[in-house]
Design a protein around this ligand. Structure first.
Ligand code: ADP
Length: 635
């Protein structure tokens, strides 16, 4: 189909990348009720293009039209039913047009389409969200256009102008163009049912609503419509909630309003502005990526400098989105300078404090809103405990954990709540870590705590134990793992009608078990922490908790487990019976087998059995005895 000249600069018809075709189809057929956003998307692209040329012109005096006004114009022709949007931005070469407009530049385009198709049931809002995130804004134009003609001339003085044209049906054409000035012009031939966009008032309304904060003049029919003062430099009292939300959407593509924002205006010692947002639940692919990023953009004196500036916030706050604009950095600041800049260090310290205050305020004023935040990003925030020593106590105040006192498994409590409801003579904050809340809540280790009415935090995330170990204390209360061997809770409350095994019997059973289980456990002791279970395994001093070991084993198969201490409950029927069997026969083969069954029984409950064959052997021996005794009873 190509009528290309030998230089490769002729008229040429090309097909869109398959993903683009699918996307266009979806856009045109499912999102037309929100068609006005096409204008926001095109203006946002034009504004980015202006940012880029302004940035380039700082160091490159040779850009085309170096003195051109930086602006966006929109012109309407009612008779031709066209809308033309032009900018004096960085423009595109022929190759760039093919790359940027003919394909979805994002490498995850296939993934995007999959998600878009999946989100169909979840409704338009969900789809709009995805479209923003994956950055396919330009194609929104086909929600209103019958045909689009894009003409562009790159700021690169040697590049030739190019014309791109498409009806959005699968193919586009490219041809040389004769455009003298730098920038991009997009001529939209509106569909018959979209003639509302020929009305200048309608256009002005859309621009004020969605694009008011664009930092360049936007002119409709020659008249400037927007307020170009950067949103962040305006006094807080003059910015409406809608404007903050729209700006958030502009930055992130997320159409859902953020949970909260913080507008920072600082004069001394360093002058800078920032608007930071806490998103509601926006999926952020980089949150748990091996290469996470900080999605906050840096400007210097209103000039855009870079996306995703990792010097602006520590990684544990990587759920924050926003912009920072600093007056005290040079415009040509390099990435290396940023890394070592004392100005940046001060800006960052202030921003961290402001984000923490924002979270603290939210937690105080609106717990349910805070929990929305916590469920989405709490795991990330926890990283602040080991990584930010300076603000460790403040981060600790923001933590939430499931608790043994809460029946509703989704309820989480703060450390302050825990301390406030501690018993008067309680010195420790008790916790137990494990794989998930349900499994932890069923641990026999919690029995005595329930009986004594003591609260235990149920740490169900990988990072939790690490966090608690780093904290060591909250206020003056130390953390204490409930699976530690040296835990001393004093004698357990008596239970009516339950007899202890005789002292002597217990002592003998303990020493018998010690001998039988040598190599499997480090010690055997009488327990004061059990009520309903016969035995439990606890961690000797200096040993790693079962949970830590489980995590280490995931990365190191050779990992050698700590031998734990077996504690037996002298008031439990099984233990009393075993004591009596021992009295009768000091060398019972069954008893030797059952000693191992006791350990396996605990491991089964924990889900950490190492040797299932041994468990089956033990069970077989038990069943033989139990069934023989029943059969005997029957006869
Ligand atoms: P996104 O803007 O999210 O990257 P788009 O589909 O809207 O996705 O645009 C794709 C790319 O096309 C942009 O990243 C940019 O490189 C280029 N582009 C779009 N509009 C313009 C414009 N007006 N001037 C220069 N380049 C543009």
């Amino acid at each position: 189909m190509s009528s290309e000249t030998p230089t490769g600069h002729g008229v040429e018809e090309r097909a869109f990348q398959t993903e683009v075709q699918q996307l266009l189809h979806l856009l045109i057929h499912s999102l037309y009720t929100h068609s006005e956003i096409f204008l926001r998307e095109l203006i946002s692209n034009a504004s980015d293009a202006l940012d880029k040329v302004r940035h380039r012109a700082l160091t490159d005096k040779g850009v085309l039209d170096a003195d051109a006004d930086l602006e966006i114009s929109i012109d309407v022709s009612s008779s031709a039913k066209t809308l033309t949007l032009s900018d004096t931005g960085i423009g595109m070469t022929r190759d760039e047009v093919v790359r940027n407009i003919g394909t979805i530049a994002h490498s995850g385009s296939a993934e995007f389409l999959k998600r878009l198709a999946e989100s169909k049931e979840q409704g338009t809002q969900e789809q709009l969200k995805l479209i923003g995130q994956f950055g396919v804004g330009f194609y929104a134009v086909f929600m209103v256009a019958e045909r689009v003609v894009l003409t562009s001339r790159s700021a690169d003085p040697d590049a030739e102008a190019v014309m791109w044209e498409s009806t959005g049906d699968g193919t586009y054409t490219l041809a040389p163009a004769d455009k003298k000035e730098r920038g991009t012009e997009i001529k939209i031939y509106l569909r018959d049912d979209c003639s509302e966009y020929l009305d200048a008032h309608r256009l002005e309304g859309i621009i004020r609503r969605h694009s008011d904060f664009v930092g360049y003049p936007i002119k409709v029919g020659g008249k400037q419509v927007n307020n170009t003062a950067a949103l962040w430099t305006r006094p807080r009292s003059e910015v409406t909630a809608e404007q903050y939300n729209e700006f958030y959407t502009h930055l992130t593509g997320d159409p859902e309003a953020p949970l909260a924002h913080e507008h920072v205006i600082v004069d001394v010692p360093i002058q800078f502005y920032a608007i930071l947002y806490l998103p509601r639940q926006t999926p952020m692919p980089w949150l748990f990526n091996p290469e996470p990023k900080v999605a906050v953009h840096l400007h210097v004196r209103r000039v855009f400098i870079q996306d995703d500036c990792k010097e602006l916030l520590p990684l544990y706050l990587r759920f924050v989105r926003g912009v920072v604009d600093c007056d005290d950095l040079p415009l040509n600041v390099s990435r290396e300078t940023l890394q070592h800049s004392p100005v940046m260090a001060k800006v960052r310290a202030t921003l961290v404090r402001r984000v923490l205050s924002l979270l603290e305020d939210m937690a105080k004023k609106d717990e349910s809103q805070y929990l929305t935040f916590w469920r989405a990003y709490g795991t990330v925030l926890k990283e602040g405990v080991p990584s930010d020593t300076e603000n460790r106590d403040r981060v600790a105040g923001l933590l939430r954990f499931p608790s043994s006192l809460e029946d509703d498994p989704t309820t989480v409590v703060s450390l302050q709540t825990y301390v406030d409801r501690m018993q008067s003579d309680q010195k420790h904050i008790y916790y137990l870590a494990g794989e998930n809340r349900e499994a932890i809540a069923q641990s026999p280790l919690l029995e005595t705590f329930r009986q004594r009415g003591l609260e235990v935090l149920l740490l169900d995330e990988h990072i939790d134990e690490w966090v608690v170990n780093h904290l060591h204390k909250f206020g003056d209360k130390e953390f204490q793992a409930v699976d530690a061997a040296d835990l001393d809770l004093g004698a357990p409350p008596r239970i009516e009608g339950v007899e202890d095994a005789s002292r002597e019997q217990t002592i003998e059973l303990v020493s018998f078990l010690k001998k039988q289980l040598e190599g499997r456990v480090s010690d055997v002791k009488e327990s004061t922490r059990l009520t309903d279970s016969p035995c439990v395994l606890v961690v000797p001093q200096g040993g790693l908790s079962q949970n830590m070991e489980r995590l280490l084993k995931m990365t190191d198969r050779q990992f050698e487990a700590t031998r734990r201490v077996l504690e037996i409950n002298p008031r439990h029927a099984i233990i009393r019976n075993l004591g009596q069997v021992l009295q009768r026969d000091r060398d019972s083969a069954e008893l030797r087998e059952w000693a191992h069954v006791l350990v396996d029984y605990v491991l089964l409950g924990e889900g950490t059995v190492e040797n299932p064959q041994r468990v089956t052997r033990g069970l077989q021996s038990l069943l033989e005895v139990a069934s023989a005794s029943r059969a005997g009873q029957g006869s």
